[in-house]
Design a protein around this ligand. Structure first.
Ligand SMILES: [Zn+2]
Ligand SMILES: [Zn+2]
Length: 343
């Protein structure tokens, strides 16, 4: 079968490899259809694996963790059948560590991720543990591949304890920021999206943002005060990965408010801890998603397919997967979600 193999940092080769045979016990064989490329794929692709937990063997690896697929061999599983379209929850928790025992497997300290520690969707066939496979009904392949990023947004809003009617600021109008916007609006929130790229702000507006803006920190703070009758927003969600956003968010958020950090940034920035007790704000991290969030994300994407369809800006066939990665890593401003069409 054909697979895009990341052989070593920066080296992705589409080649013939021996695929899986029949499904082993507790496993399912699927034929990936659409695979979304995500910022977190670039760490493994470029060899920046320090960001990934532990010293493990990462190469060679088939990448791709935002996967929609058709079931080829459902094996011994009873909840799905051959021919079903599915999305893959890419996270295999250990079930024993503190976060797992605390019902937070999404931050399991020994988790294995499909496309990182296990082979992912950039191949014509893929064997995955059955518990990671979720039926998506009549969703189209692109939308089904968006369930994974949508689940990250669903989880962030659960961490945020979003209240209906609440005003919130979302930093970033990339796929996660826009998914957060769509999910929040569907839960009755009023959203102000902040992004430097005009075309992404326009897209946010079309997807339901009450307001969109980009301004320097001081101006933005004033603007959000005006928007919230001088109180400041009770909720700020950071999805951009820009290191400077956290101090800005802590400064902007209302007293008794919450700041949720979803975006991954590697840099460091000075922050005034006094802002936390002064205003008694909650600063909350949010990572990946639980299986429950994943199920909710399937419903979210199904209910908002037309909105979600606007996010797919570029498609590449599997044979050009390396080119798709290079294109995505150049961070073109007109790109939102770049998808590799596999089968
Ligand atoms: Zn992702
Ligand atoms: Zn664990």
């Amino acid at each position: 079968m054909l697979a895009a193999v990341t052989r070593s940092p920066g080296e992705m080769v589409v080649e013939d490899v021996s695929g899986p045979g029949r499904a082993r016990a507790g496993h399912v064989i699927v034929r990936p259809e659409a695979v979304g490329i995500c910022g977190s794929d670039f760490h493994l692709f470029s060899g920046d694996v320090g960001a990934l937990s532990g010293a493990r063997d990462f190469y060679p690896r088939v990448q791709g963790h935002e996967v929609s697929a058709l079931v080829e061999d459902a094996g011994d599983s009873t909840n799905i059948a051959n021919g079903d379209r599915v999305a893959i929850w890419p996270l295999l928790p250990c079930g024993r560590c503190y976060p797992c025992r605390a019902a937070r497997p999404n931050v399991c300290i020994r988790f294995q991720l499909v496309g990182v520690h296990l082979d992912g969707g950039l191949a014509e066939r893929l064997e995955v543990p059955a518990e990671l496979v979720f039926g998506v009904g009549d969703l189209d392949p692109d939308s089904a591949s968006f369930v994974e990023p949508a689940s990250v947004a669903v989880h962030a809003l659960a961490r945020a304890r979003l209240q209906p009617g609440e005003q919130m600021v979302v930093f970033g109008a990339g796929p996660i920021g826009l998914a957060t916007l769509v999910a929040a609006v569907s839960q009755g929130a009023r959203v102000l999206t902040v992004d430097p790229v005009a075309s992404r702000r326009d897209l946010a507006k079309r997807l339901g943002a009450e307001a969109v803006t980009w301004a320097p920190a001081a101006e933005l703070r004033e603007l959000t005060r005006e928007w919230t009758n001088s109180e400041g927003p009770p909720l700020v969600i950071e999805t951009s990965g820009e290191v400077g956003v956290l101090p800005q968010a802590a400064d902007m958020v209302s007293a008794a408010g919450r700041v949720v950090v979803v975006g991954m940034s590697c840099g460091a920035v000075p922050i005034r801890p006094g802002a936390f007790p002064e205003k008694e704000i909650d600063v909350i991290g949010s990572s990946c998603a639980t299986a429950g969030d994943f199920r909710d994300a399937i419903k979210l994407v199904a209910a908002h397919r037309t909105a979600v369809a606007e996010l797919f800006s570029h498609h590449f066939p599997l044979a050009r997967a390396a080119e798709a990665f290079e294109f995505a890593m150049s961070r073109p401003q007109d790109a939102v979600k770049i998808v590799v069409t596999v089968n």
